[in-house]
Ligand binder design. Structure first.
Ligand SMILES: Cc1cc2nc3c(=O)[nH]c(=O)nc-3n(C[C@H](O)[C@H](O)[C@H](O)COP(=O)(O)OP(=O)(O)OC[C@H]3O[C@@H](n4cnc5c(N)ncnc54)[C@H](O)[C@@H]3O)c2cc1C
Length: 391
């Protein structure tokens, strides 16, 4: 039986970066990538809404990533908030460049090859596929991702495989996902607005509430709750207990983030004097009428200040929603939890528990905010593993 120098499980972001780097480090190395899906890099094609946000200026290793992409023929440019995208704005170009380079370097990619078992063998590893086929290698890289967006091939296999070779896996939870809201009935679906969203935890009535974080950005209302990059980033802070209880979380939306409450109040008071403007219309042109109706109804119910302008201003600046749950795995862009970083060598990604085994990408316990941080982690850890595996 042919013994490969390196087997990589997963032809995603991290696995491809690792394979290319390994082949360049040692052109003689015999490298095999085993990919569960019928085509490589399915998830990469979907990244950044099909545009692939490769990295971010705020990542210490971003220059190295940009150099790597230049070396495979992809020029990237910075857009808003330090985010780098390929010049063409097409994730498919990134995938094409990686696959072209891998092919030119003689890297073999076997698709439809779902790895179900890995074990230590003489001088290396034995890797078994769902069909029963067995492949062997001297070095093994688990780059099979996390559990987020299983439709792209990632359903938690990587963690199970790592565990079978002695690693631990911390609790997994969906991150960078939408947030479901209690009582959402779809009436607000489709509303998109620039807003500040804050996430609170604790009992407000007992004054035990604390602000976890605030994010400014484009907010979208969905059938079941709220979505958008600002919401995705906040979803990383939802702690999920074993009962999936989210009882004490509330989201607060500020629909007028560029004005303080007094300015809003004054503005609304002035609007009250506009000829012909009814109370129902005071918020029109500021927020969607469906939101305006809810603010008016809450003001009517609570009668906080007995002053319409003040009540509406409070509703507009602090529109509260009770969190029901985090959106599920299917909508999540990333996985929280995984193999602890402390179980791998930080410069090579080699396992501290099983020599010759490497782990890279989302299988590790790392999750970053939206903006290119998660792909950066995948490229960077893949490249580090590639260098060491090839030596
Ligand atoms: C819709 C979406 C958009 C995103 N956009 C961005 C973005 O713009 N910027 C950003 O930084 N991050 C983004 N992310 C996150 C980013 O894509 C991931 O963090 C990154 O792809 C992880 O890389 P990886 O190589 O570890 O895993 P993946 O890229 O997920 O690759 C893992 C591969 O392993 C394969 N595999 C799994 N199990 C097995 C098995 N048993 N046998 C063989 N193969 C297996 C999978 O099929 C898959 O191809 C996005 C994620 C999603 C879902």
């Amino acid at each position: 039986m042919k013994v490969n120098d390196i087997i990589i499980i997963g032809a995603g972001a991290s696995g491809l970066a690792a394979a290319i780097t390994a082949a360049r480090t040692n052109p003689q190395a015999c490298i095999l990538i085993l990919e569960k899906k019928d085509k490589p890099a399915r998830k990469l094609l979907a990244t950044g809404n099909g545009r692939c946000n490769i990295t971010n200026l705020a990542c210490p290793g971003y220059r190295n990533t940009l150099r790597f992409f230049e070396s495979v023929g992809i020029l990237a440019r910075e857009e808003n908030e330090g985010r780098f995208y390929p010049y063409t704005g097409k994730a498919s170009d990134v995938v094409h460049a990686l696959l072209r380079t891998a092919k030119a370097l003689g890297i073999e990619i076997l698709c439809g090859a779902e790895v179900t078992e890995v074990s230590k063998a003489d001088n290396g590893f034995s890797v078994k596929l769902a069909g029963g086929e067995v492949h062997t290698s001297r070095k093994l890289l688990i780059a099979a991702g996390g559990k987020a967006s299983p439709q792209y091939g990632t359903s938690g296999d990587a963690g199970r495989l790592a565990r079978s070779l002695g690693h631990s896996v911390t609790k997994l939870a969906p991150a960078l996902t939408s947030i479901d809201i209690k009582g959402a009935d779809g009436t607000l679906k489709g509303i998109r607005v620039k807003a500040r969203v804050s996430l609170y935890l604790g009992d407000r009535e007992k004054s035990e509430e604390r602000l976890l974080a605030s994010e400014l950005g484009e907010l979208q209302f969905t059938e079941t709750g709220i979505s958008g990059v600002c919401v995705f980033n906040l979803s990383r802070l939802l702690e999920i207990d074993d009962n999936r209880a989210f009882e004490n979380y509330e989201a607060e939306i500020d629909f007028a983030p560029d004005m303080d409450i007094n300015t809003v109040k004054e503005l609304l008071s002035e609007r009250e004097t506009i000829e012909g403007m009814t109370q129902d219309e005071i918020l029109s042109g500021i927020v969607d009428e469906r939101i305006a109706k809810i603010i008016a109804a809450r003001a009517e119910h609570e009668k906080y200040a007995m002053d319409t302008a003040a009540d509406f201003a409070a509703g507009l600046k602090a529109f509260r929603l009770k969190v029901a749950s985090a959106g599920g795995w299917k909508a999540a862009q990333c996985t929280r939890g995984g193999v602890p970083l402390s179980e791998v060598e930080p410069e090579t990604m080699e396992s501290k528990l099983c020599p010759g085994l490497f782990l890279s990408g989302e299988v590790l316990d790392y999750d970053g905010p939206c903006g290119g941080f998660n792909l950066q982690h995948a490229w960077e850890t893949g490249m580090k593993a590639g260098v060491k595996m090839a030596k």
